[in-house]
Structure formats: C-alpha cells, structure tokens
Ligand binder design. Structure first.
Ligand SMILES: Nc1ncnc2c1ncn2[C@@H]1O[C@H](COP(=O)(O)OP(=O)(O)O)[C@@H](O)[C@H]1O
Ligand SMILES: [Mg+2]
Length: 248
C-alpha cells in the first residue's frame, strides 16, 4: 500500500528522519510509538504525502510518488490530528466538507454524512457548531470527517491524547471497531503503549528519526525486546499495576 525507500528528511541542518525501508501493507494496522521528538509526526506526514522528503522515495500502491500524482494519491487518504481543526460551521458541514472538495454528488454526500454521523453516535450534534463540543464529541466529528472519505489509508496522530481516560478508552474501542468493519489500512501514532492493544498487535518503534524495531506489542510489554529505546519507553509501565497482566 505504502512504502518508503532510503528516506531522508532534513530540516535546517537537522536530520529528522532517516529510514532505509518501511512498508505499510494493505489491511495493516500499525501503531507507531516513540519518545517525544522521535519523528513520529514527521514520519506520519511524510507517508500521508504532507511532507516532502529531502531524498529517497515514497511509493503508493507500487507507484513512485512525484509532484504530479501527489494530490490524487492524497485524496485516497485521510488524516486525523490531535487538534480537530474543525471549521466554524455545523457539524454536518464539517463532515461533508471533504466530499464537497472531491465533487461528490449532493445526494451521495447527504447519505454518507448521515451514515457516519450515526456510526459515531453524533447525529444529534449535526446542527451544532463545533465551538462548544466536548473534546470527545469533537474527536468523534473528526473521525467522521476522516471515515466519510472512505480512505484507503487513515493516519492518526495521537488523536485521543488530550482526552480524559474513560473518553479515550471509548474512542479507542470505537476506532478499533471502525477499522475492523471497514478493513482500512491504518497508521496510528501514540506515545502510550496502553492504547495499542485496543487497535492492533503490530508496533513500529521510532527513535532519533529511525525505525528501530517492528514487532508485536506483547513481546515488547513482556520485556523481551532488548533494544535500548524500547526499554526506555517501557520504564514508566513497569511499575504500573494496571499493565502487570500484559507484562507477564
Ligand atoms: N519544520 C521543522 N524544522 C525543524 N525541525 C523540525 C521541523 N519539524 C519537526 N522538527 C523537529 O524534528 C523532530 C521530530 O519532530 P516530530 O516529528 O514532531 O516528533 P514526534 O511527533 O515524535 O514528537 C523534533 O526534534 C522537532 O523539533
Ligand atoms: Mg508528534
């Protein structure tokens, strides 16, 4: 689905990403985890074709991404950020916006928007403006905006990090269900191991701009991955009773 080869991304004098090879196959759900400043968001944006690498290649379904095809490929993806970036219009219009950009027919827009509002349990909010929504409601709108596009790949950058714990769990469960039902390929950035089992077992660890490990979340939580960056990330969990069952 998406692949990078010999990727290098330099900004100013700083090398932000250096990734020899990375693949996201059709149907994969990968959690991308790493410490602050590791390059998670930059890598997500590079794969979502929102950042242009300094060197190296990005492939979408086997085709080399270039200046000409970037926009058409980007329209087959959706991105969800932590800050909802909602427009000052109704919830309905916020969800409809991407379809209008893609020149989808009015009746089709209406059908799809209503379907996703319902799926996310926000039909009642459809005429509200986003200004006074709770954080959880706003992120439901944000998810509806992404899924209404029926993307081939969805990128999520710490989408629930700002939410309180129960809301976060609700939305993680909801997202897991949506990804399963739609079989959408997904890359989910998080800095919290606890979020991963709701969505996938498939983890990529990024540190200092490079992918240093790929594997299952259970082997990581059990402490059997002897990579310094992974050990550092695990430290806060090792004392947490909540995670003990996972960690064996
Ligand atoms: N446009 C930019 N110019 C210079 N440095 C940047 C730019 N974007 C990101 N960085 C730096 O690159 C590193 C990785 O950033 P980011 O991808 O946001 O990390 P993460 O999401 O893992 O916290 C950080 O050190 C950040 O300060
Ligand atoms: Mg980030």
């Amino acid at each position: 689905m998406l692949a990078v080869k010999d990727l290098l991304l330099v900004r100013g004098k700083k090398t932000i990403l250096q990734i020899d090879e990375f693949k996201l196959n059709q149907g994969d759900r990968v959690a991308l985890i790493g410490p602050n400043g590791a390059g998670k968001s930059t890598f997500l944006k590079t794969l979502a074709l929102l950042e242009k690498p300094t060197a190296g290649s990005v492939f979408f379904r086997g085709q080399l991404v270039n200046n000409i095809n970037t926009l058409s490929f980007r329209r087959r993806m959706a991105v969800v950020f932590q800050e909802p970036l909602l427009l000052n219009t109704t919830v309905y219009n916020n969800v409809a916006q991407g379809l209008k950009f893609r020149s989808v027919e009015r009746a089709d827009i209406d059908r799809r928007v209503n379907y996703w509002l319902k799926k996310l349990g926000i039909t009642d909010l459809s005429n509200r403006t986003p200004l006074h929504l709770s954080g959880g409601e706003a992120q439901r709108v944000n998810l509806a905006r992404a899924f209404v596009l029926e993307p081939e790949v969805v990128f999520l950058d710490e989408p629930f990090s700002a939410l309180d714990f129960p809301t976060r769990v609700d939305l993680l469960e909801k997202l897991g269900e949506l990804l399963t039902n739609t079989a959408t390929t997904a890359l989910f950035v998080t800095h919290d191991f606890m979020e991963i089992p709701y969505l996938t077992d498939n983890v990529a660890v990024i540190d200092g701009g490079s992918v240093v490990h790929r594997g299952g979340v259970r082997e990581i939580m059990k402490g059997s991955v002897a990579i310094p960056a992974v050990r550092r990330l695990l430290r806060p969990y090792q004392k947490s009773a909540m995670m003990r069952e996972y960690m064996g």
